[in-house]
Design a protein around this ligand. Structure first.
Ligand SMILES: Cc1cc2nc3c(=O)[nH]c(=O)nc-3n(C[C@H](O)[C@H](O)[C@H](O)COP(=O)(O)OP(=O)(O)OC[C@H]3O[C@@H](n4cnc5c(N)ncnc54)[C@H](O)[C@@H]3O)c2cc1C
Length: 303
């Protein structure tokens, strides 16, 4: 049984979803926003580079955002969306929560973000977001002139490592050597970046402050360091795009959108980390706002 027909259902209440919900509420659009309280950066100690809110705790930024949305009459429900479906032109159905409640809307905004593949070693959680990071754009400045270990595999490992030279010259790459090409190894050698290939056994440091002090190896001397960056890949948090038939961007593997943030399925929009180019809270928020503007325009004049 369908509860009501909304103008838009937003799935996700991170910076992208909440920013869209705020604008949609200000356009007086009947909008419902779902989330299950799992923003990508829940382990971060602060959001860096968000103009006017630099360093704010991620939970605080989102709590303020939720208040702003509800303060404008927007509806936010904490419930996991388990299914989405296009049931007719301009009609999308969403199933949410343990009781499987059904909601329908004329537009759908996907803002469910990405999930990071993280190192599977003892100590990781204790330091993640404090002195263990994955995003140089977010936290590179915080390791200026510090001793940094980089845990990365595959083709991007060398590029990811050299990018961090922006902030510090003291970098050691920890990787599976077989995945590093000869030319990348040569480049790193010229830049005085040593490569260690022993298996990482754990991270150690002051857990009360989240300060990493060393990386442990099963069969080698530990590496003393102040921070660790990892680059092990990401995956889309949900497969709703797939169910709906939204095409992926070939280069990034993320959900393709046009300049109005509409996906290849009419009426379905996407914003934030799940779309190409953005991996920052401030960018996700801007994309959410853009999606809302275009969703509103697409509904204008239609009762
Ligand atoms: C450790 C860490 C530190 C970071 N530091 C910074 C920083 O300093 N500065 C910066 O700009 N960026 C930073 N980022 C990146 C930033 O967190 C992301 O760019 C931003 O969160 C993307 O916003 P989003 O709204 O696209 O997705 P998210 O914030 O990931 O939000 C996704 C939303 O979707 C919801 N959701 C997912 N699946 C479902 C479902 N099935 N049903 C209902 N809801 C669902 C979640 O509950 C959540 O509300 C950091 C990321 C990490 C991991």
């Amino acid at each position: 049984m369908v509860d009501d027909l909304y103008d838009c259902i937003v799935i996700g209440a991170g910076p992208a979803g909440l920013s869209a919900s705020l604008f949609l509420a200000r356009y007086l659009r009947r909008t419902i926003t779902f989330h299950h309280n799992s923003p990508r950066n829940e382990y971060a100690h602060g959001v860096h580079g968000f103009l006017g809110h630099h360093g704010i705790r991620p939970g605080e930024l989102l709590a303020r955002g939720r208040d702003e949305v509800t303060g404008h009459g927007g509806l936010i429900i904490e419930a996991c969306v388990t299914a989405v479906e296009k049931v007719a032109a301009e009609r999308f159905r969403v199933v949410a929560g343990d009781e499987g409640r059904v909601f329908e809307a004329r537009r759908l905004l996907l803002a469910t973000g990405l999930r990071d593949l993280t190192p599977d070693c003892p100590g990781f959680r204790e330091f993640y977001g404090w002195s263990v990071f994955h995003c140089p754009d977010c936290d590179g400045y915080e390791v200026k002139d510090k001793r940094v270990a980089v845990l990365a595999n595959g083709d991007n490992a060398a590029g990811f490592t050299t990018n961090l030279l922006t902030w510090t010259r003291d970098i050691t790459l920890l990787t599976d050597q077989s995945e590093i090409s000869d030319s990348d190894r040569e480049t790193l050698a010229k830049l005085n970046v040593p490569i260690r290939t022993e298996a990482v056994a754990g991270l150690e440091g002051d857990q009360s402050t989240g300060q990493l002090e060393r990386v442990l190896f099963s069969e080698a001397e530990p590496l003393e360091c102040d921070a660790l960056f990892f680059n092990l890949g990401t995956k889309l948090a949900t497969n709703f795009h797939e169910t709906l038939g939204c095409r992926l961007d070939q280069d990034s593997g993320l959900v393709w959108v046009d300049e109005t943030r509409q996906t290849t399925v009419e009426g379905v929009y996407a914003a934030g980390d799940m779309t190409p180019f953005s991996q920052l809270a401030v960018v996700a928020a801007a994309e959410g706002a853009m999606a809302a503007i275009h969703i509103h325009r697409s509904l204008a004049g239609k009762s």
